[in-house]
Ligand binder design. Structure first.
Ligand SMILES: [Zn+2]
Ligand SMILES: [Zn+2]
Ligand SMILES: [Zn+2]
Length: 136
């Protein structure tokens, strides 16, 4: 067993009964972090998320429109709509340069997301690339 794993403890609930491991309840209420309880909690959380997303798109809402997309729908239609939306947004940014006094000048974001090629943004990108080279 690794040092970080906390092992199963013998736990008792309020009425003195033994607490069963491998349940999300034990994870949350008794803060047990043994492997079994962690697994059970992860499964519960992800199931809840799936359920939320499933319930999220109200009946009758057309997929691919922002209502469905904002509800986190991941069907093909919605995924494509998101890609298209991102593409348009980045195109729009490209056509609309940053104002001269914009705070995003001199940042990697300015260079990458806003397509700015001013001296400050070029320098930021150069620094960024050099830093990454340094890390390697
Ligand atoms: Zn446990
Ligand atoms: Zn959808
Ligand atoms: Zn710039």
């Amino acid at each position: 067993m690794s040092a970080r794993s906390e092992g199963k403890k013998v736990l008792y609930n309020k009425v003195g009964g033994l607490v069963v491991h491998g349940s999300a309840d034990t994870y949350q209420r008794h803060r047990c972090r043994c492997d079994e309880c962690r697994t059970a909690n992860t499964a519960k959380v992800s199931a809840a998320r799936t359920r939320r997303i499933k319930q999220g798109v109200p009946a009758g809402v057309k997929h691919g429109v922002s209502t469905a997309v904002n509800h986190g729908c991941h069907c093909d239609v919605c995924t494509q709509a998101i890609a298209e939306r991102n593409r348009l947004a980045s195109q729009e940014r490209r056509n609309r340069p940053l104002a001269a006094d914009d705070k995003r000048h001199g940042t990697v974001n300015g260079y990458v997301s806003w397509w700015c090629r001013c001296e400050a943004c070029l320098n930021a990108m150069r620094r960024y690339k050099e830093e990454r080279k340094g890390i390697k």
